[in-house]
Design a protein around this ligand. Structure first.
Ligand SMILES: [Zn+2]
Length: 407
């Protein structure tokens, strides 16, 4: 277990907290709650919450926050649900988790258990984070732990996909709490080792090719928007990203056409570009835009009819800022120490999460896993296992209390 290091004030603080009987009691209670947490996890997962349609799940959180005894539970105009404990303040430590999933509204979200595994779309990302938020709140209230700096609990909307961190942007730029958050910790998915302290920047595009459309036989030879998209994707797929700094691209959605024997009037693709480096991101962006231009030129050149040419429309549909917090920041150092206190080696990570927004604003923010293991995130075969869930929740509770101090 934890080794006492007298020269390190953060470690000293954590060592003292670990000996506090109220915290020992809270840890025991968390262990006893394990089955109840799993049941709650399943309930949350089975409420559909696609990005921009989180209202039903938000209502559930609004009621849960109130029923648990948190104060001033409310849904803000972006759709985020918030409540605090134990009192109103002009300074909070915020624990959050995003409500939305990447799956369409009619996806079957019912949880199926096989052995120790729970299968369902969204079971890990982010039902695991959301139930962690409720579990921490429940323990604080039931054990009546009174932090010196109050905690603000927020379930955010629009973290995934074209949500473009809508909820986090509102929280930090417009909400009543925008200037009151001292530290921000986001629960996103399972795990215990990962501490995301660098914000992965991304840019997202919707690109549309438009033509006159026609009959597949009678009008053969006119410009074809779907063929043009194919040309553009092929050029994108040939782009060689550097090994370092890590960079990625994905054509995630292609849409268009009305029947097999119709030349489409329109086709569209949505493309996600990411890089740790702003320079690599802009190189990748230039490659996408030149691929689209080139595909347009080739498709128009191939047409038999010069009077009916393709057009493109290029829209930016997402932009997530990059950044990182200092390695010596109080939040990061405390998170590392709290994680190590449970015999776990922290893994410092870079990712795109709600924490991108506070990090880009110069605030101290990280993203953590809420415990458990998973595979297949963002796919229909996503699963979750409870391994180390309770340990991870204890770690987060310890971290929060080490940051706030305990009355
Ligand atoms: Zn997530």
């Amino acid at each position: 277990m934890f080794k006492f290091k007298s020269h390190n004030p953060t470690a000293l603080n954590i060592a003292l907290l670990l000996k506090d009987p109220r915290i020992e009691f809270a840890f025991q209670k968390l262990e006893l709650l394990s089955d109840e947490i799993m049941k709650e996890h399943i309930r949350i997962c089975e409420i559909p919450a696609p990005t921009f349609s989180e209202a039903e799940r938000a209502k559930y959180f609004y009621n849960s926050f109130s029923n648990l005894g948190l104060l001033d539970s409310k849904i803000d105009s972006a759709g985020n649900v918030s409540a605090y404990w134990p009192r109103v303040s002009n300074e909070y430590i915020c624990l959050s988790a995003h409500l939305d999933t990447v799956f369409p509204i009619n996806t079957d979200c019912r949880v199926k258990k096989q052995g120790d595994r729970y299968f369902a779309p969204g079971i890990s990302d982010n039902a695991a984070g959301l139930v962690g938020l409720l579990a921490i709140a429940k323990i604080l209230v039931e054990v009546n732990l009174i932090p010196k700096i109050p905690f603000l609990f927020v379930a955010t909307v629009g973290e995934e996909g074209i949500g473009d961190l809508k909820g986090a942007k509102y929280l930090f730029k417009e909400s009543e709490y925008k200037d009151c958050i001292k530290y921000f910790i986001s629960f996103d998915g399972p795990g215990i080792e990962r501490i995301t302290y660098r914000a992965l920047g991304s840019k997202r595009y919707r690109i549309t090719f438009k033509g006159s459309g026609g009959h597949s036989w009678g009008d053969f030879g006119i410009v074809n928007p779907i063929h043009a998209i194919g040309r553009a994707i092929s050029k994108m797929a040939n782009y060689k990203v550097p090994q370092q700094p890590a960079t990625s691209y994905n054509v995630g959605i292609i849409e268009g056409g009305s029947s097999i024997n119709t030349i489409a009037e329109e086709a569209q693709m949505q493309v996600d570009l990411r890089s740790i480096s702003a320079l690599e991101l802009s190189k990748l962006e230039n490659h996408l835009l030149s691929s689209v231009k080139e595909a347009l030129r080739e498709e128009n050149l191939a047409s038999k009819y010069s009077d009916s040419l393709l057009e493109t429309q290029v829209e930016v549909i997402g932009e997530r800022p990059s950044g990182e917090i200092s390695s010596s920041s109080q939040l990061l150092q405390t998170a590392i120490t709290a994680t190590s206190a449970f015999g776990v080696n922290p893994y410092l990570d870079c990712s795109s999460t709600d924490a991108n927004i506070p990090i880009s604003l110069g605030l101290e923010a990280i993203t953590l896993g809420a415990g458990g293991t998973c595979s297949g995130c963002h796919t229909l075969s996503e699963w979750y296992e409870e391994t180390d869930r309770i340990k991870s929740l204890k770690r987060t509770l310890l971290l929060l209390l080490a940051l706030s101090g305990l009355n």
